[in-house]
Design a protein around this ligand. Structure first.
Ligand code: NAD
Ligand code: DAU
Length: 345
């Protein structure tokens, strides 16, 4: 089975490519990635040489490049490529619309014309918006995205469903909660906090830090993606979650304890505009139909992630060079000024 993986040089994508090569010998994988700031071939440097894997640099929103790639003939598409950071989408939504919305339409169109038999669309829990305190969303919940990032992902989901409805596209949508683990770009909460703590720098906590996220280890999620590729039902939406939301402060305190650093490093900063308070998904449908359960507890996964980031300080340093420094200064050092500018413009 020939599979096109988009975004395979990013965080989840690189973990997925590694898992597919190790555990799915029936698959031949083409990794199609634009290599934006978040895409890094170093994430795949440890892959064994394999005739089952090839890399193709390209942009999912470039219809001609996508068409050329499809000429190789794919049985399935796993579409992960996206602009993914909420804070960046608040600053400039344009690349989010181009990649996440237009890019998804371009891929759906190419998959239809070239007759791909499966299209796995990697969506997010953020499309549902913030969940009330004691509830979790199932797949029938309305889409109420809060940020430009979430809105672009919701638009992509609607395009996928429109292709299912209009053309009988063999598509499946997976909506997952927050992932963590190796090779996560250090703009996201867990790797950013680890990197700062290791250097005894302040840990910037947005607002009161009581927002809740339901963290799932990336290897568990990649196993869920493989299960959906093999056994998911076309036309269905599946939620995937660990099932235990916890507050950002709980996660950060856990990290500080693991790293042997003091809680005095915690620095409360101005909140993210429109910050969703709580994400919580009901994933019973996926668990029951696909027989999937997460294998790692959060405590094990967090300890392993802290250890990985400690052992790969040079990888993090390379991610944080160049444009990252300007980004960090704008979003953290000059936070008040930057947020005031966003509000005024
Ligand atoms: P990431 O930002 O780490 O990686 C994104 C990858 O997509 C990069 O390799 C980048 O180069 C590539 N890319 C971006 N624009 C592209 C384009 N126009 N053409 C081709 N490639 C392009 O993202 P991630 O955290 O690995 O997320 C992967 C997918 O999973 C995304 O669709 C995201 O919405 C979804 N998701 C992520 C999480 C999470 O917690 N990380 C949770 C739920 C869903
Ligand atoms: O829920 C799934 C989503 O998870 C994915 O769809 C997104 O691609 C991914 O980026 C992630 O979005 P979040 O906004 O939840 O992740 P982030 O790591 O940016 O933030 C997690 C929480 O931590 C959130 O409540 C904001 C808070 N936070 C984040 C950063 C970067 C801070 O308090 N301080 C920070 O510096």
């Amino acid at each position: 089975m020939k599979v096109l993986v988009t975004g395979g040089a990013g965080f989840i994508g690189s973990n997925l490519v590694r898992l597919l090569l190790a555990e799915a010998p029936e698959l031949e994988i083409t990794n199609f990635d634009k290599l934006t700031y978040a895409g890094n071939l170093e994430n795949l440097a440890d892959l064994p040489r394999s005739r089952r894997y090839r890399f193709l640099r390209g942009d999912v929103a470039d219809a001609r490049a996508v068409d050329r790639a499809f000429a190789r003939g794919f049985d399935a598409v796993i579409h992960l490529a996206a602009e993914t950071h909420v804070d960046r989408s608040l600053e400039d939504a344009a690349p989010f619309l181009r990649t996440n919305v237009l890019g998804t339409e371009v891929l759906l169109d190419a998959a239809r014309r070239h007759g791909a038999a499966r299209f796995l669309h990697i969506s997010t829990d953020e499309v549902y918006g913030s969940a009330p305190p004691d509830a979790s969303f199932d797949e029938a919940a309305p889409l109420r995205p809060s940020s430009p990032y979430a809105a672009s992902k919701a638009a992509a989901d609607l395009l996928v469903m429109s292709h299912v409805h209009s053309f009988g596209a063999p598509a499946i949508i997976l909506r997952c909660t927050n992932n963590y683990g190796p090779y996560q770009f250090p703009e996201k909460l867990i790797p950013l906090m680890i990197a700062n703590a290791l250097e005894d720098r302040p840990l910037p906590v947005y607002g009161d830090g009581l927002q809740a996220r339901d963290w799932i280890h990336v290897e568990d999620y990649c196993r869920a993606i493989l299960a959906a590729l093999r056994r998911g039902r076309a036309g269905e939406v599946y939620n995937v979650s660990a099932g235990r939301p916890r507050t950002n402060l709980e996660v950060i305190r856990g990290l500080l304890a693991l790293l042997g650093k003091p809680e005095s490093l915690i620095a409360f900063v101005e909140d993210r505009p429109g910050h969703d308070r709580r994400y919580a998904l009901d994933s019973r449908k996926f668990r029951k139909e696909l027989g999937w359960e997460p294998r790692r507890t959060f405590e094990e996964g967090l300890a392993a992630t802290a250890q990985w980031n400690r052992a790969n300080a040079d990888w993090i340093e390379r991610c944080r060079s160049g444009a990252y420094r300007t980004y960090y200064k704008r979003h953290y050092t000059d936070r008040r000024k930057t947020l005031a500018r966003w509000r005024a413009s």
